[in-house]
Design a protein around this ligand. Structure first.
Ligand SMILES: Cc1cc2nc3c(=O)[nH]c(=O)nc-3n(C[C@H](O)[C@H](O)[C@H](O)COP(=O)(O)OP(=O)(O)OC[C@H]3O[C@@H](n4cnc5c(N)ncnc54)[C@H](O)[C@@H]3O)c2cc1C
Length: 304
């Protein structure tokens, strides 16, 4: 990124722009090289201005939620990482045609669950403990147990790469296991979720029970990005990695969690190449022994 582009980005983004930012500070794995620029968008008009400039100049951008499903290469990331703050992190209880909330893409899932619990709106308890944002959860079709966010999405609003704001109802959205088909450059701005009324006390009980279930099962005390691989059909990636004897295996500072084999944890000084080497080891072993190809669930972006 040359000095002229940096100057223009700074003019458009104002105080919300930082340059040469370590992605380790913005991802739950706590690893990754620097991104050329980081922009925290506060509202739609500002975001539109920035996207128009980046698209015109051919500068790549990555929308970042809480960075809980992203692994950025040690060599860093070209272009601009965009975080949705300000008005994108709001939530309101709309109750349009039934119990509904309109949640901004930048809102944390924790705040979504807290808000719904207080208001007596049930349906998102399964998302408690998933450390992402509403936008990231919709983009990834986040789920737990037998529930996925697609089950409560009524509609979403997106900003296209061409600067158009579009509302898309559930029927027009192509969700899949841990993903949603979006066109290149599209940004989820908010989601309307269909919920149901229940007593706050009953909702809270389910939230607490889900937190307990997650604590027992997952290594939540170490930096990681959740499940590394998608579960293959009719099986579990964790079971397969455990069965090939890789639980607890370390490479450098990365370790296949002894608690759950589909989690790779950063024991403190992991590099991205340590994590990628462990992923490769798991994929090779599972393929050789079970003839099953594991597919990463996490998004690996950036260089080297
Ligand atoms: C400890 C731990 C436990 C986890 N448990 C679960 C679990 O139970 N179930 C589960 O499904 N996942 C789980 N995850 C993974 C992760 O939290 C989810 O995938 C989450 O939905 C990602 O949200 P995020 O905001 O962090 O997205 P990010 O990781 O920041 O981004 C993920 C992808 O979504 C895209 N994206 C983000 N926001 C937008 C937007 N507004 N518009 C368009 N694209 C966007 C990004 O570009 C990227 O491609 C876990 C992760 C951790 C660390």
């Amino acid at each position: 990124m040359d000095a002229h582009i940096k100057k223009r980005i700074k003019e458009i983004g104002g105080g919300a722009i930082l340059f040469d930012v370590p992605m380790s500070q913005y991802t739950t794995f706590r690893v990754g090289g620097n991104v050329e620029a980081m922009y925290r968008a506060g509202n739609l008009e500002e975001l539109k201005g920035m996207i128009a400039f980046l698209v015109d100049e051919g500068i790549p951008y990555l929308i970042l939620g809480a960075g809980s499903n992203v692994l950025v290469g040690d060599g860093g990331l070209d272009g601009v990482a965009i975080i949705l703050g300000g008005s994108f992190a709001s939530i309101e209880d709309t109750n349009m045609g039934g119990p509904c909330v309109l949640a901004g893409a930048g809102l944390s899932l924790q705040k979504l669950v807290d808000f719904c619990t207080q208001k007596g709106l049930a349906g998102v308890e399964f998302l408690v403990g998933v450390p992402g944002t509403v936008g990231g959860a919709v983009a990834m079709n986040a789920g737990s147990g037998d529930q996925e966010i697609q089950g409560v999405v009524k509609e979403i609003t997106v900003l296209t790469g061409g600067g158009i704001v579009e509302r898309r109802d559930r029927l027009s959205l192509a969700f899949r296991y841990r993903g949603l088909d979006l066109n290149s450059g599209e940004i989820i701005l908010n989601a309307t979720l269909n919920l149901r009324f229940d007593k706050p006390g009953s909702i809270r009980k389910r939230v607490i029970s889900n937190i307990k279930w997650r604590k027992e099962r997952f290594p939540l005390d170490m930096p990681c990005a959740g499940s590394i691989f998608k579960n293959p059909e009719s099986d579990y990636a964790g079971r397969l990695i455990d069965a090939v004897g890789l639980k607890g295996r370390t490479i450098g500072g990365a370790m296949i969690s002894p608690k759950h084999a589909n989690f790779i944890v950063n024991t403190g000084r992991a590099s991205v190449s340590d994590i990628v080497a462990l992923m490769d080891l798991a994929m090779v072993n599972v393929r050789e022994i079970f003839n099953i190809q594991l597919i990463p669930e996490i998004k690996v972006v950036g260089k080297g």
